[in-house]
Design a protein around this ligand. Structure first.
Ligand code: KMH
Ligand code: ZN
Length: 276
């Protein structure tokens, strides 16, 4: 590993499935709110969005019409890479999760194992992982491998061995979920080192881990994800006012460390995404 001067891809995850407006009133929920937030985040340096849709009352949905509407509103105003979540909300059925791909994002998350997620079970049955991987391969959607622990890297390796994932894979190390790997430098190093194949990687730190993990990832040649899905605070006891504010800080960190932020087209090249 050497010090990278390559562009950093900043992924913004503006909504997620778990956060509520009661927790942070600035959480974007409707398609219009999400699109506004993504456009502002793109202006601050985000080149990829990870979308979770909500109904107008705030409940999570995977309705492809709602997802398409969000993508369309974003597309009218900026060119960020459109990613969508097939992880959706804990407890959603396999059908609800697979139908996300009907909205044909450029990237979709592929969660590589089951785990406790806070006090709930996040069920990623091997059959579901396989079905999602096959469908993404068939539809030309770039899987982003959601890795919450080292064992999931081994699962990813087996998918590659079976020809269900194209190389090089694209990893997202999600660290600090209660039930997943702890967010610390030793564990990030282990995740990077244990990748079954070389490939670009993003670090996603939950809550107070978002800021130090962003800094580490920029230093170590990775990419970063920020946003309310993972963290609603700007600092201790101080709610973030927007996703864009978190993106702007990630950009400042990257640039201070000598890494420019990627444009959407650079992000497509770096991450191996076909233009949608
Ligand atoms: N909402 C979490 C249970 C993903 O987007 O693929 C899962 C999640 C992961 O958000
Ligand atoms: Zn997500």
């Amino acid at each position: 590993m050497t010090w990278s001067t390559e562009p950093v891809v900043i992924v913004v995850a503006p909504t997620g499935a778990e956060v509520t407006k009661e927790q942070n009133p600035h959480l974007p929920v409707t398609p219009e709110e999400i699109a506004d937030e993504v456009v502002l985040s793109a202006m601050e340096g985000a080149s990829v969005v990870h979308i979770h849709a909500r109904l107008n009352d705030g409940r999570p949905t995977t309705d492809p019409d709602v997802l398409r509407r969000i993508a369309e509103l974003i597309r009218q105003r900026c060119d960020v890479v459109i990613g969508m979540s097939t992880g959706a909300e804990v407890g959603m059925s396999q059908e609800e999760r697979i139908r996300v791909l009907d909205a044909h994002p450029e990237i979709a998350s592929l969660n590589c194992g089951s785990m406790n997620f806070g006090n709930e079970l996040f069920d990623n049955h091997p059959g579901l992982i396989e079905a999602l991987a096959k469908r993404m391969l068939a539809d030309g959607i770039r899987p982003e491998l959601e890795i919450y622990d080292l064992g999931m890297l081994a699962t990813a390796g087996r998918l590659i061995d079976r020809g269900l994932l194209e190389e090089p894979p694209l990893y997202n190390f999600v660290m600090g979920v209660q039930g997943g790997v702890a967010a610390n430098p030793e564990n990030l190093l282990a995740m990077v080192r244990e990748r079954p194949r070389l490939g670009e990687w993003t670090a996603t730190g939950i809550g107070r881990h978002q800021l130090p993990l962003t800094t580490l990832a920029c230093t170590m040649g990775g990419h970063v994800r920020v946003g309310f899905e993972d963290n609603i605070y700007y600092g201790k006891g101080h709610l973030a006012r927007s996703n864009a504010e978190l993106v702007a800080r990630a950009r400042r960190i990257a640039e201070e460390l000598g890494r420019p932020v990627a444009t959407p087209d650079q992000a497509r090249r770096i991450l191996g995404v076909a233009h949608g």
